[in-house]
Ligand binder design. Sequence first.
Ligand SMILES: Cc1ncc(COP(=O)(O)O)c(C=O)c1O
Length: 322
Amino acid sequence: MNGKKINDSVLELIGNTPMVRLNNIGSGLESEILVKLEYLNPSGSMKDRIALEMIEKAEQSGRIKPGDTIIESSTGNTGFALSTIGRLKGYNVTIYETMPGKAGGEKEKMMKNVGAEVRLMEPEDIKGLEERSIAGSEVELPGRQLCLEDEKADPGIWWARQFSNEHNVTSHHITGQEILEQTDGRVDIFIQSIGTGGSLLGVAEVLKKECPDCKVIGIQPASSKELWHAGMDFPVTEIKGGIVSKLLKSGAVDELVRITDEEARGMTHRIWEEEGLYCGVSSGANVYFAMKEAQKADRPLRIVTLLCDHMNRYLTDERYVT
Ligand SMILES: Cc1ncc(COP(=O)(O)O)c(C=O)c1O
């Protein structure tokens, strides 16, 4: 998406995603809803940005070299992004896939297709999940414990640590700068679903600096066991906390809201049908709250959010995944 006629590698196509105004869903509203099409990144999600940045920073610091193994615990998008980019750069990639049910199997196949080793996990406590949404910060914990143990046992293994790696956040400073360029620096509200918190914090840090009055809203799945609020003390351990702890304390998030799967899925279908934008269910959650903000606005606002991943990974099981 960089405007070049010919690129030397798919890696040059990461980022610089287009922005679209939702003219059909948003018709009749005074405010405008602008969505950034992160699902058009090469592996189908915004996680290409963090995978490339985390790998390149680990290479530059001398922590990894081709032939080493990259490992991660993931509900799938980071796993697939690390698999494609890691394999292209000459690494072995092993992913603990933590998405329960059919969608986990689908993502397992995607990662295996590009040459990664996938260890499919359905931790006991999520097998019986009645609410179907998936909070990455919770379901990825057992996989993270295994990543930690693998890394300790072998110096040729590097755990990318998306939940705490600062380069997850800094890669989204670029996303924030792209948003400023695309909106000529005018954003009234930014909304994003929270998994690791990297995209929300990275974009928010840039927006709060350049448009300090911009309101930032973070979304948690309603099925999440932990109820977060801005300013809270979120526990930090070797496998927990990380960016989410920083995000909640940073003052970068003005409001935290929760959404049910039904609400997120309903809006996702509207985005497909009314706008022709083939995004996943967390994108529906984002637009659901963008609509709410637009409906209650007392002046025309510019509301920006992300369409995080592609619908193609939810064809057998429509989960709200963060
Ligand atoms: C589809 C989707 N939406 C939203 C998120 C949340 O992104 P982040 O990890 O940057 O908080 C994730 C990842 O966790 C995701 O895979």
